[in-house]
Write a new protein. Structure first.
Length: 114
């Protein structure tokens, strides 16, 4: 029910924006966010935003990534600047009624390489 897009290949220091939109009907979403999974590593939290306007970021992306979205349309975006090779991962969008994700997108690949 969540469709992510916008991934791709970018050089170190570059920027990329990934997007996510809900298809079908998802009710009572209060939190939307992003997780990522790098090769050989566990999936990790990247950022989330709440309906009340609170945002939270994983320490390594603070100051570089910005989450935004529209709860009326169940869309969420992640603007990624100053990308590093260690940001290479599959990025998953999430949504839920609480901080625990209930819905997951299929993932979009982001590769940072020269």
């Amino acid at each position: 029910q969540l469709q992510a897009s916008g991934g791709g290949l970018v050089q170190p220091g570059g920027s990329l924006r990934v997007s996510c939109a809900a298809s079908g009907t998802i009710f009572s979403i209060n939190v939307m966010g992003w997780y990522r999974q790098a090769p050989g590593k566990q999936r990790e939290f990247v950022a989330h935003m709440t309906r009340g306007g609170t945002t939270n970021y994983e320490d390594s992306v603070k100051g570089r990534f910005t989450i935004s979205g529209d709860f009326t349309k169940n869309t969420v975006y992640l603007q990624m600047n100053s990308l590093k090779p260690e940001d290479t991962a599959v990025y998953f969008c999430t949504a839920g009624r609480t901080l625990r994700p209930e819905y997951w997108g299929q993932g979009t690949q982001v590769t940072v390489s020269s």
